[in-house]
Design a protein around this ligand. Sequence first.
Ligand code: ZN
Length: 77
Amino acid sequence: MTEMLFCYCCRVHHAKNEMRLFRTRHGYRWRCLRSIEAARRDHGERDAFGRQQTALNRETARRAAEHNWRLRQLAES
Ligand SMILES: [Zn+2]
């Protein structure tokens, strides 16, 4: 019979060969590879989202600066 271990992430038992010891704030806990992979993917998507937001903010700032410059040109002419 396959040895089952309790996954602290899913709160169910999985087969031992799907489990890895995972370091948490409270020490090492068993966690399944699937949940570790899912968390890593989420993290990657968040990073990509953050980079996108940064680029967007930069573009917004650039446009605002350009707009200001145009207004100043109008005011000074
Ligand atoms: Zn799990």
